[in-house]
Design a protein around this ligand. Sequence first.
Ligand SMILES: [Zn+2]
Length: 292
Amino acid sequence: MLVLDIGGTKVAAARWVGGRLQDRRQWPMPPTPEAWRQTLALMAGAYPGMSRLAAAVTGLTDGRVWTAVNPQLVSFWDGYALADALTQAWQCPAVLLNDAQAAAWGEFVSCDRQPGNLLFMTLSTGVGGGLVLGGQLRSGLRGLAGHIGHVGSGLAPLDGNTRCGCGRLNCLETIASGTALARQASHLLGKPLDAASVFAGWHAGDPVCGRLLERATQALSQALADAHALLDLDEVRLGGSVGLAPGMVEAIRQAQQALPARFRVAVAPARLGADAGLIGIGHWASDRLNAP
Ligand SMILES: [Zn+2]
């Protein structure tokens, strides 16, 4: 089986053999439909002769079609028949699952002692999430379950950009995603900056970067407390390039200290690291394939 992880900025692929990734490769996420078709052809050439394909993808999916929650992330896809496009490229069956939901399943099955209720949260180009409740992956009929990036943060972004790409106001994604950190810092400091620069500035003691990270971690700790109050979580696993950036987990734990103790849920870095989505979709699709 071939597994894919299609995100806002990159496409990762690997063979899934005996419960492990093999021959992992990565491409930048193309910015146009034409470039996407070329990348698809390149990938199909790099992995010939596959008999089955499973893709973890950012956004909403019913297993066949991809729909945007935040259309600004992958602007040329909305209601896109992604599974059919993959089937056509490889001439084999293809299934889709949201990337954070896939990662949640990957984190769950790789736990030594599997928690009943686990939330995986990815902080990356956007903010995503996936829920395993009572030992079952919950994606919901519409695929929306776990989309914690689009809950209200209670804070307005400091660049005045309060309207999230999803249409709601002051979503967690507008405060705590890599895109949000970069956007606010660029506005406040008057020069183009990326999320990595915001982290570098924070670690170097820059007060603006420090304030942005403080607000982001405050919003994250509140969103996790809300999720914990609703679902009684046993554990949160944090992934994505921003979630796994040095100091991020510790900063969220620090922000949680302002909460009453019963609303502080345990937060840990994703055990599967940056490949949680690929490994998760591999396990999920294999489990479905082998199910009676
Ligand atoms: Zn939103």
